[in-house]
Design a protein around this ligand. Structure first.
Ligand code: ZN
Length: 239
């Protein structure tokens, strides 16, 4: 168990967090020393990115609602709490939105650094290639040389952009307990409707993951979340 404090917020990283990171970093297929290094790099970038996301929740929460902020990184991602905090509805909205906001800001920082290091056109071109798999304009010789140079720096850039952009977008889907679901909860009444939205959006995302993304992991995750929302919908009927 790793424990430390950042900006006065105690952080706990549980062993299961690293296990999930290793799994997502494709540790199962790691054969060589270099493969293992790739997995470790991915795990560290994932930890930094999720920590920044949770710090967004914790710090904005502490500012708007007070209380004692803590962060836990566990098997299924991160959790930020503001123990004893009191929130207005808008305070709650900003606390939830600050997580994805912090992640997008970190992704944007990487894009700015790329633009400063490689020039704006190369920086944006490389960003687009990382996120969407295509170049905006034919790559310059300089960018080609940078990419064919390969190595860890390219993987670090790719992982930072990918995690902070795509995971941020997925996390904003209106499926509880993702941040998108928590935002939906603030605006949609009754609560049962929030679970219904979560069930439909989660199931749709699971199908989309299988048919278009070919990602069994994402499909399983959203299938499970859809089921969870269904269960909450059933129990909410009696409450
Ligand atoms: Zn969050």
């Amino acid at each position: 168990m790793i424990r430390f404090s950042i900006f006065g917020v105690p952080v706990e990283i549980q062993p299961m967090f690293w296990l999930t990171g290793a799994f997502l970093g494709d540790a199962i297929n790691a054969r060589t020393k270099e493969d293992v290094l790739k997995v470790l790099v991915f795990m560290v970038i994932m930890a930094i990115s999720i920590l920044v996301h949770e710090l967004g929740h914790a710090l904005v929460g502490r500012r708007l609602g007070g209380g004692y902020a803590t962060i836990t990184l566990w098997g299924l991602g991160g959790l930020a709490y503001n123990h004893g905090g009191r929130f207005s509805r808008s305070g709650n909205f900003w606390r939830v939105a600050a997580g994805p906001g912090a992640g997008f800001a970190l992704g944007l920082l990487v894009v700015v650094l790329l633009c400063l290091g490689l020039g704006p056109q190369n920086g944006l071109n490389l960003t687009n290639r990382s996120l969407f798999g295509i170049y905006i304009t034919p790559p310059s010789d300089e960018l080609r040389a940078f990419i064919s140079g390969g190595g860890p720096k390219l993987r670090i850039i790719h992982a930072f952009l990918w995690i902070n952009f795509w995971w941020g977008v997925i996390n904003l889907l209106p499926v509880l307990p993702l941040d998108g679901g928590r935002i939906a909860e603030l605006f949609v009444k009754p609560q049962k409707l929030v679970y219904q939205i979560g069930l439909v959006a989660g199931a749709a995302m699971a199908i989309f993951s299988v048919s278009y993304l070919h990602s069994g992991y994402t499909a399983m995750m959203f299938g499970y979340l859809a089921f969870q929302n269904y269960q909450m919908m059933q129990s909410d009927r009696w409450s």
